[in-house]
Design a protein around this ligand. Structure first.
Ligand code: ATP
Ligand code: MG
Length: 554
C-alpha cells in the first residue's frame, strides 16, 4: 500500500486536478461532527479521509462542531469527540471551530437573503407546511405568506430573534421553487424558533439556523476547499450551492459525496447507539462491544488498526457492507506485530509435578515475541504446582491429541517436559487435579531429541495473579442489525462471558496497562480500568483466529 494516508480515489483526483488547474493553491478540509453522541466506526472513515487528506496535501483539516441543534447536544459529547479524533492519531492544531461561532454572521446572511427577496417568514403550521410541500409526484403549493414584502419580512425576522413569537409559530424559509423536482429546493426552512439553552451560546438565541444553511456558509467562512460528506447529502448539494451563490461571500467550497462505511454486525447510527446506552443494554458508550471509537479504544483496538482498515476499504461512491472480519483482521495484523506474549490460563486446572522439589522456585526465561527479538526476554517463575488450561487435558484422548492425558508427555512453554501420570476427580467425576512428573533434563526442550509434539502454556500457582477476564463476542448476531425491525432483537445474548478466576503470570498487571498482550494460545487482552474492582480486569481484544468467517461468506 502507498505511504499516503489516503489511497488514490475519485476525491484525490478532483483535488489533484484543482491544484493542477490553479483552482486552489492550498487545500482545506474539515470534519464536522454534531456533538449529539459518541463517534463510531463510520465517523472514523470521515476522520481518516479528511485529516488524512490534510496530511497528504500539507493542508489543514478543521474540527468543526455542527452545534445547531441544542436539544440533543452536550459538552460531554464534544469532549469525547476531541479525545477520539486525537486517539485516532489526528490533530486539528489550532483549527477547532463551532458552527455556533458563526451565529451572528449566519443571521446577517439570512437578512441578506430577505433583502434580496430570497427568503420570507412563513406563519404556516408545521402540518400545513408538510402538506403543502408536496412529494415526488406532486409539486408543492406556495405558502400564502410567500409574497410578504422585504420590510415586513425583516421586521418579522427581527421579531423572531427578539423573542416576540412562540416556538414553532414562524420560520424563515428560502424562496426558491415550490415545484422543484428536488424536494430540498422547495423553500427549505432556514431558521426556526426554539427556546433552548445552547451549550455554548447559552440563552443568547431563541432562533437556530438549519443544517443546510449553516453548513455551506461555515465551510465558506473557514475557507474550506473540498467539503466531503456522505451520499445522503447528494440531493442537498443544489441547496449548498444555492445558498453560497445567493449571499455575498467569495468562497465557494465544493461539496463532494462519498459512500458511508457500513460494517456487518454493527450499528452506525448515533440514535440507535444511544438507545443501547440509555436502556442499559451495554456498559455505556465505551462498552467494549460498541462500534464507537471509545468502545474500540477501551476494548484494546490499536488506532493504527482502525486507520489501516479504513485505508483498505477505500473511498468510492458505491454503497457496500464491509465484513466485520476485515476490521478484526486489521486488529490481529497490528497486534501480532506489537503485542508482547505472556502466559495466562483462562480456565485453570491444577497440576502437581510430583518429582519437583517442594518449596522451590526456578526462573525460566521466555521470549516476549517469537518473531521479534527486540521485545527481549523475561523471567517466569516455575514451581511444583502449576495451572494449565482445563482444555489441555483429556481423558481417553485420541492419538492425535498432543496435550495432556495419562501417559502422554508435553512440553511446557519455556520450561520442562512433563508427563501426565494420573487425573484426580472430585465426587461429581470432574477432573480437578493432574499428577505429573517432569524430566529435569528437558529444560529449554533439548532433552535427547525425542519428539514431543504438544506445547502448552502454564503459570506457577503460587506466583500467578488471579484476574477477571471478559470475553467479548459480537454485540449483534445478525449481519445487518439495522435491517431488523426492532434492532434490539438482534442483540447477541452471548456477547459477554465473564471468567472470574483466570490466572496470569506475575509481573504483567500494572507494568504498563496500556499494552495489549497476547496470552499465548488464547487471544489478545488488554487491562480495563474503567471501574474499581477487586481483581484486575482484562478485556479480550480479539481472538487469534476468526470464528465467524463461515457466517460471512457470500
Ligand atoms: P449518525 O447517522 O450516526 O447520527 P451523522 O452523520 O448524523 O451520524 P455527524 O456528527 O453529522 O453524524 O457526522 C459527522 C461526519 O461524519 C459527517 O460528515 C458524516 O457524513 C460523517 N459520517 C457519519 N457516519 C458515517 C459513516 N457511516 N461513514 C462515513 N462517514 C460518516
Ligand atoms: Mg448529521
Amino acid at each position: 500500500m502507498t505511504d499516503k494516508n489516503v489511497t488514490e480515489n475519485f476525491i484525490t483526483q478532483i483535488i489533484d486536478t484543482d491544484i493542477e488547474n490553479g483552482k486552489h493553491q492550498r487545500v482545506a478540509t474539515r470534519f464536522p461532527p454534531e456533538p449529539n453522541g459518541y463517534l463510531h466506526i463510520g465517523h472514523a472513515k470521515s476522520i481518516c479521509l479528511n485529516f488524512g487528506l490534510a496530511l497528504d496535501y500539507q493542508a489543514t483539516c478543521n474540527l468543526r462542531f455542527d452545534d445547531t441543534n441544542p436539544e440533543k447536544e452536550s459538552a460531554e459529547y464534544a469532549q469525547s469527540i476531541q479525545e477520539d479524533v486525537k486517539w485516532l492519531g489526528f490533530d486539528w492544531q489550532q483549527n477547532k471551530f463551532y458552527a455556533s461561532d458563526y451565529f451572528e454572521k449566519l443571521y446577517a446572511y439570512a437578512e441578506q437573503l430577505i433583502e434580496k427577496s430570497l427568503a420570507y417568514v412563513d406563519d404556516q403550521s408545521p402540518e400545513e407546511m408538510r402538506e403543502n410541500r408536496g412529494d415526488f409526484n406532486k409539486p408543492g403549493i406556495n405558502s400564502p405568506y410567500r409574497e410578504r414584502s422585504v420590510e415586513e419580512n425583516l421586521k418579522l425576522f427581527r421579531g423572531m430573534r427578539a423573542g416576540d413569537y412562540v416556538d414553532g409559530s414562524k420560520v424563515l424559509r428560502a424562496k426558491i421553487d415550490m415545484s422543484a423536482g428536488n424536494i430540498n429546493m422547495r423553500d427549505p426552512v432556514i431558521y426556526r424558533i426554539k427556546r433552548m439553552h445552547h451549550i455554548r451560546t447559552g440563552d443568547a438565541w431563541c432562533i437556530y439556523p438549519m443544517y443546510d444553511f449553516t453548513h455551506c456558509i461555515s465551510d465558506a467562512i473557514e475557507g474550506i476547499t473540498h467539503s466531503l460528506c456522505t451520499l445522503e447529502f447528494e440531493d442537498h448539494r443544489p441547496l449548498y450551492d444555492w445558498f453560497l451563490d445567493n449571499i455575498d461571500i467569495e468562497a465557494h467550497p465544493q461539496q463532494i459525496e462519498f459512500s458511508r462505511l457500513n460494517v456487518s454486525f454493527t450499528i452506525t447510527s448515533k440514535r440507535k447507539l444511544s438507545q443501547l446506552v440509555e436502556n442499559n443494554h451495554v456498559d455505556g458508550w465505551n462498552d467494549p462491544r460498541m462500534s464507537t471509537i471509545s468502545g474500540m479504544r477501551r476494548r484494546g483496538y490499536p488506532p493504527e488498526a482502525i486507520r489501516e482498515f479504513i485505508k483498505s476499504v477505500g473511498v468510492t461512491k458505491s454503497e457496500s457492507v464491509i465484513p466485520m472480519t476485515v476490521l478484526e483482521d486489521s486488529v490481529r495484523g497490528v497486534l501480532n506485530k506489537t503485542a508482547p506474549r505472556v502466559m495466562g490460563v483462562l480456565n485453570p486446572l491444577k497440576v502437581v509435578i510430583e518429582n519437583y522439589p517442594e518449596g522451590e522456585t526456578e526462573w525460566v526465561e521466555g521470549m516476549n515475541h517469537p518473531q521479534d527479538e527486540s521485545f527481549g526476554t523475561r523471567k517466569i517463575p516455575f514451581s511444583r504446582v502449576i495451572y494449565v488450561e482445563k482444555s489441555d487435558y483429556m481423558e481417553n484422548a485420541p492419538r492425535k491429541f498432543f496435550r495432556l492425558t495419562e501417559g502422554r508427555e508435553v512440553r511446557l512453554r519455556h520450561a520442562y517436559y512433563i508427563t501426565c501420570q494420573e487425573a484426580i476427580k472430585d465426587d461429581s467425576g470432574e477432573v480437578v487435579e493432574l499428577r505429573c512428573t517432569y524430566d529435569p533434563e528437558s529444560k529449554g526442550g533439548t532433552a535427547d531429541g525425542r519428539k514431543v509434539k504438544g506445547t502448552i502454556h502454564w503459570v506457577s500457582a503460587q506466583h500467578a495473579e488471579p484476574i477477571e477476564v471478559r470475553l467479548y463476542d459480537r454485540l449483534f448476531n445478525h449481519p445487518n442489525p439495522a435491517s431488523v425491525e426492532n434492532f434490539l432483537e438482534a442483540l447477541n445474548p452471548e456477547s459477554l462471558e465473564i471468567i472470574h478466576h483466570a490466572q496470569l503470570e506475575p509481573g504483567i498487571v500494572g507494568q504498563d496497562d496500556d499494552v495489549v498482550y497476547q496470552f499465548e494460545r488464547n487471544a489478545y487482552f488488554k487491562r480495563d480500568k474503567t471501574h474499581e474492582t477487586d481483581q484486575p480486569i482484562f478485556n479480550r481484544v480479539v481472538t487469534m483466529r476468526d470464528s465467524w468467517a463461515k457466517l460471512e461468506q457470500p
